[in-house]
Design a protein around this ligand. Sequence first.
Ligand SMILES: Cc1cc2nc3c(=O)[nH]c(=O)nc-3n(C[C@H](O)[C@H](O)[C@H](O)COP(=O)(O)OP(=O)(O)OC[C@H]3O[C@@H](n4cnc5c(N)ncnc54)[C@H](O)[C@@H]3O)c2cc1C
Length: 279
Amino acid sequence: MERNTVVKLKLTAVRDLSASTREFDFSCDAGAKLSFSAGQFYRFVFTDDAGEFERSYSICNFDASVSSGIMTPQLVISQVANGRATRLLFGDKAGLPGLEARVTGPFGRLTLPEKLPPRIFLVATSVGIAPYMPILAALEPALAAGDTEVILMFGIRDQSEFLYQNHLTRLAREFDNFRLHVCSSREQLPVTEAVHRHHGYVQEAVKSYVPTAETGLWYLCGNPSMIDEVYAMLKQAGLGVRHVIREKYVFAKQVASKSAGPTAEQKKLIAEKLKKFQS
Ligand SMILES: Cc1cc2nc3c(=O)[nH]c(=O)nc-3n(C[C@H](O)[C@H](O)[C@H](O)COP(=O)(O)OP(=O)(O)OC[C@H]3O[C@@H](n4cnc5c(N)ncnc54)[C@H](O)[C@@H]3O)c2cc1C
């Protein structure tokens, strides 16, 4: 598919990953497939009773589609109180397949460089782990060959949010050059072989790497405040945009307030007020 073509999708399957997080599989209209590089996202347009609205989601496929660069989207989405997409996607699971969306993409700079650096730091909070699943799949051959070292730091609130635990711990057991730090802010995590556990925010794990920060390329994804704080720590250590790639999961309203001008209705109101003021 050409970049930014609009494609229609249908939801085909929904799986609960935790009480507040679900995995969603889509199929494309007329058997079309979408292109992507590990780490990218698509913009989804959904329709509800109030009309159309757009939300961005990282592509979380971590199977053979990563090496082919061709996929039908698999998403991991966490519910948000009073969220518009949440209302649509977290209803009765059985009634969801068939839900339609239009997508454009792929977008995003959270992708791997052609020449891998000696160390790659991946920092995520919650569903910010989504783009790292295909990234880790893309890195497996380099991990096996000993070409790079990967340090994943994953911030969650409690054990139930440790998404993809089996897959991530398998990687940590299999590769000495893959280190997995899981930081839980609300409770101590049970001891798990191959996982470095921390009680607190993901910034705690980052601190231990700051003295050697310049030895690698950093990826930050998820909660915007976490990203600002970690970026400030890395900037203090002398790093800048060349060494740190950020993807903030900003809410749609923040995006809208930055990019959109007044609506037609607001423009009409402004014109009426101006007319009154000038007369
Ligand atoms: C590039 C990019 C990639 C993204 N990828 C993913 C992804 O893979 N998985 C995923 O789950 N989300 C992802 N998001 C976030 C996603 O686009 C939506 O913002 C999210 O699903 C909430 O949408 P909603 O319609 O349910 O809530 P909205 O209707 O947008 O928000 C409802 C209310 O909740 C607040 N709110 C919204 N989101 C949050 C939040 N996360 N925490 C606390 N309060 C919030 C809003 O300010 C608002 O008051 C991504 C965002 C971006 C920009």
